[in-house]
Design a protein around this ligand. Structure first.
Ligand code: ADP
Ligand code: MG
Length: 294
């Protein structure tokens, strides 16, 4: 993705690999007291990998993965990339037609004469996939292990789970510690499940009370508005299509350079190195720069 933002501000910002959209941005950056962080691709690498498949009755693992991979082939989401890669490693992908997707929900497509739905449980419900108590139990069990568990539905029936895992960026823990040293409150905001979110938060030093999981894209923007209503000056850091409304709503939107164009366009500032240390550096830079001007 290429940032369309204007490169302005100090040469130091450019040296640090920070692209700023306009001169007002540094001024806004200085006032921030709360930093909302997306999980996937922001705190974590966003390079997910399929760790296991759990077929439901009537399905085998190979069919489950093949159908999920074909259905995900039209999606740009890191979850989709991982499922497609795992499926391709086993067999060539079948062709998908009538592809639809919802950011923060999942995908749906026709594969041959079957309708395949992949995503979270609310997405199953919206697309007429029947889930019973034991299916929900399967999902919770997988999530408790720390997996990002994706439900798969075929022709209205639950077909099983594809479980994925991500790795936390090596720099995230120290970067979040630095944000706290600067007097900022880090908050985790994710569309992923609560168990995964809690695990990631505890590893990088975000307080349990500052974790918001299972949040839909519009919910991310609402979380920003709620904190703003409490008088907080909020920065939002994200990379996905699902983060764009929150990036636009925040007092300062910060996009990852590796992120989607939609995120970069919604942001005020883009960090090119994808390292959260650059978020702290931007704030330090704005405080120093504006401190000397005044
Ligand atoms: P995050 O906040 O972690 O970046 P998203 O808002 O993009 O997450 O997605 C939230 C949830 O929606 C995912 O954990 C997953 O359950 C579901 N989801 C989103 N996109 C897809 C997809 N392409 N395939 C399957 N599930 C998806
Ligand atoms: Mg993300």
């Amino acid at each position: 993705a290429t940032p369309i933002g204007l490169l302005v501000g100090s040469g130091r910002g450019a040296q640090l690999g920070i692209l700023i959209r306009g001169p007002q941005v540094l001024e806004d950056t200085r006032k921030i007291d709360t930093v909302l962080l997306d999980k996937t691709g922001t705190i974590t690498e966003g390079n997910l990998a399929v760790t296991s498949t759990v077929p439901a009755a009537g399905f085998d693992a190979a069919t489950l993965l093949a159908l999920a991979g074909a259905a995900e082939s039209g999606s740009e989401h890191p979850i989709a990339h991982a499922i497609v890669a795992a499926a391709r490693a086993e067999a060539p992908l079948a062709k998908a037609t009538a592809f639809t997707s919802a950011p923060g929900g999942g995908v749906k497509a026709r594969i041959g004469d079957r309708t395949v739905v992949a995503g979270r449980s609310s997405w199953m419900r919206e697309n007429g996939v029947q889930l019973n108590e034991s299916d929900h139990l399967r999902l919770r069990e997988a999530q408790q292990t720390g997996a990002t568990a994706i439900m798969i539905g075929v022709d209205g029936a639950f077909a099983g789970l594809v479980n994925l895992s991500d790795t936390i960026k090596e720099s995230s823990e120290a970067a979040i510690a630095r944000l706290k040293e600067l007097g900022l409150r880090p908050v985790l905001l994710t569309g992923d499940n609560a168990a995964v979110a809690a695990q990631v938060a505890s590893r990088v030093g975000i307080a349990e009370a500052d974790v918001f999981a299972d949040v839909f894209p519009e919910g991310k923007a609402q979380a920003v508005r709620k904190l703003q209503a409490e008088g907080r000056v909020v920065a939002m850091v994200g990379d996905g299509v699902n983060d764009a409304p929150a990036l636009a709503q925040a007092d300062l939107g910060i996009a990852m350079g590796s992120g989607t164009d939609v995120a970069i366009e919604a942001a005020d500032l883009t960090i090119m190195g994808n390292d959260l240390n650059q978020v702290a550096q931007s704030i330090e830079l704005s405080r120093k720069t504006l401190g000397t001007i005044k």
